[in-house]
Design a binder for this molecule. Sequence first.
Ligand code: ZN
Length: 329
Amino acid sequence: MAWIISINRDEEKGMMRRILVWGLAAVLALLLVGCEALDEADNVPLSERPIRVVATTGMVADIVQNVGGERVEVEGLMGPGVDPHLYKASAGDVNRLQAADVIFYNGLHLEAQMGKVFERMSGTDVVTVPVAENINPAELLAPPEFQGNYDPHVWFNVQFWMTAVEEVEAALAKMDPDHADVYAANAKAYLAELAALDAYVREQALRVPEDQRVLITAHDAFNYFGRAYGFEVRGLQGISTASEASTADMQDLARFIAERQIPAIFLESSVPPRTVEAVQAAVHDRGFDVQIGGELFSDAMGTAGTPEGTYIGMVRHNVDTIVGALLGE
Ligand code: ZN
């Protein structure tokens, strides 16, 4: 009996040793293949492989996907509900950024916590493109409370966002001139869709009588929207969500809503609802009831695979929600 057991133990040890050896060999093989794949990707000219792109917000990623088509592999950092003002790059993000051929970001200080990371990238061969920074500065808003920076929420003027599309096209064509015609054709098609979107938003806005075109949201994301499409805009928090609204701000806004008898105010998908709900309660205390008109996509798109998971879908959703609630439809 004892003899049989000892044989089995020896067999077991042998087997363990074999497993270890094969296991190690397998890990080594995987590492080698991994290095080779990486080397290959780095050595193959850009024109013969997809361009590795990292984009910050969903709106920026959407442009790159539309313009780059099959020529790009786009990784977006900030998913649905993520606030770009507060977003900090994780260690995994930094690795992704370093492995990219090109990083597209909004710029104008939207990704306020990522400035240092982008600075570090500028010394490497990773191309960095702030897509919103070629819009004519004379057209931009510079709210005094935003410390000398421009309002970064340019995507809500669809015509501004068309400029960002041109910026992406130019950057891709410069990196990969062999496929410049592909990028030009894709950009042309997408720009035509955006021109139609711009016309749609304008048309919908006009359904609301001018004196009722008042848009009140959680933070000041809609000033370009308001200026382009004729809405008076008030946000409870400022241009960035980094600053908290004070009780005085809340009472001011509540008084404004009650006095003007504004029928609806709006939540934003990337900002917690409590402040807007507190405004609603403060308006109620003044003897007027304002509805929550729905949720807008301000600084992040909706879930991938839904209409709101695209830039065009999010803009349509917003204007439909705003107009519907203000008209009491
Ligand atoms: Zn914002």
